[in-house]
Design a protein around this ligand. Structure first.
Ligand SMILES: C[S@@+](CC[C@H](N)C(=O)[O-])C[C@H]1O[C@@H](n2cnc3c(N)ncnc32)[C@H](O)[C@@H]1O
Length: 297
């Protein structure tokens, strides 16, 4: 766990999403539409599970596993999952779904979960603590955000009583604590269609050296099913300087590094990935980073 005496040497920042936007992740918005639909996904370095839950709740994945080295963050991720579940809106009446889709101008057919999310996002939160929500104006959240603060989160129904639950949110999302570079998790056995690695390569690189990073890339290749996709958001070399100064061990490791982020594509291709596809750049200031996609050949 990171504290003043115990710095976040794995990038295991607590309160990370106070600095980064935590709803509708800009990086996920760059990923080709439909990539997660019906897929089995691993989110390596999931932190508080914000990205993991978004993939499982609104992007149509049937299974998403978030793994993080920091158990405190993994516990926060389970909590976040319950909070997202609590704040989900009710299924909208069919007529309002159609009008919402037309208004947004999307020509595709998103999942019911997505439609439901849009409806609930278009509803204002109940602002006045203690005031009863006004349900008269149309569809409203079952349990507005302020209610969670007042009464705690809603319980998650068990799979059996929740329709086709296993493949849908929240049951399709789970978390594990593990150093995934050096340890397998049971979910790896079935393999994944997509592996997401946002803002983690620098930490793996600084902790494990060039060899540690290559082990990570090899592990991603091994757990991906044929034709599977690796989505990588590498931190730029210029950002390593500040990170290594937080710990003498990282500083010593940094001196041994020969690989640079602009060589990652070459290394990935040697392992059997196809040419990298640069999806775009997301984030502000120091968080402005490239999002790259590699397909396992
Ligand atoms: C900077 S945060 C990025 C969080 C999230 N992926 C995002 O971009 O929104 C990096 C995360 O990777 C985790 N991490 C670092 N090394 C790891 C490892 N070997 N195995 C699993 N998680 C790791 C850290 O604990 C931290 O939560």
């Amino acid at each position: 766990m990171a504290s003043r005496n115990n710095p976040p040497t794995h990038g295991n920042y607590h309160g990370y999403y106070n600095k980064r936007p935590s709803t509708s992740d800009q990086r996920l918005a760059l990923v080709p539409r439909g990539l997660f639909e019906g897929k089995r996904v691993l989110d390596v370095g999931c932190n508080e599970g914000i990205v993991t839950c978004e993939i499982g709740e609104t992007l149509g994945a049937i299974r998403v596993i978030g793994v993080d080295i920091d158990d405190t963050l993994v516990r926060a991720a389970w909590k976040h999952r319950r909070s997202v579940w609590t704040q989900q809106g009710p299924p909208p009446p069919i007529s309002s779904v159609h009008s919402t889709i037309e208004t947004n101008g999307t020509g595709s057919s998103p999942s019911d979960r997505r439609k439901r999310r849009r409806i609930s996002q278009s509803e204002p939160d109940v602002g006045d603590e203690g005031a009863a929500p006004d349900m008269s104006a149309g569809p409203a959240d079952y349990f507005p955000a302020s209610f969670e603060h007042m009464f705690g989160p809603l319980p998650i129904p068990d799979v059996a009583s929740h329709g086709n639950a296993a493949d849908s949110f929240p049951h399709n999302v789970s978390f594990r604590t593990a150093d995934w570079v050096n340890n397998e998790i049971p979910e790896d056995d079935e393999g994944y269609d997509v592996v997401v690695a946002f803002s983690i390569s620098k930490w793996i690189h600084l902790n494990g050296g060039d060899e540690g990073l290559l082990v990570f890339f090899r592990r991603v290749h091994d757990v991906l099913r044929p034709g599977g996709t690796f989505i990588l958001e590498p931190q730029e070399w210029e950002t390593y300087g500040k990170a290594k100064r937080m710990d003498p061990r990282l500083k010593a490791n940094a001196k041994t590094l020969k690989l640079r982020p602009d060589q990652f594509e070459t290394e990935l291709r040697k392992l059997g990935f196809g040419q990298g596809q640069h999806l775009g750049t997301a984030g502000e200031g120091g968080f402005r980073r490239s999002i790259d996609l590699y397909v396992k050949q």
